[in-house]
Ligand binder design. Sequence first.
Ligand SMILES: [Zn+2]
Length: 122
Amino acid sequence: MYTAAAAAAHHAYNNISRNAGNAIDTQTRSSVQELENRVEKQNLIIQTLLMLLLEKKVIHEDEFKDWMAYVDELDGVRDGRVRADKTPQTCPKCQRNNAPSAVKCQYCGEELEHDFLFRRPE
Ligand SMILES: [Zn+2]
């Protein structure tokens, strides 16, 4: 039997669910907005650098496109983007694993090599 108490509980549950949903939506919207702001700021920096390098004739557009294709393939897939490497780095000195983005070993301080940064197109 559907009692008044059950109806009140159902009503309360719906309110809580709806509010939780709104809170998540607001938080998600805020995170997305923050990411968009960061991406747009990075776009501004990249576009400024590129325009400056072209304007000053430090690089040529064709050369830039060749390099972009080369860098695109460094992660193994030519898809117009470079995926962040999520493979842990093993320290050559103490053999312990470090975060993919680590520059120095968090355990012994040994410098970690990012050899892909120094590769050049053939
Ligand atoms: Zn180490």
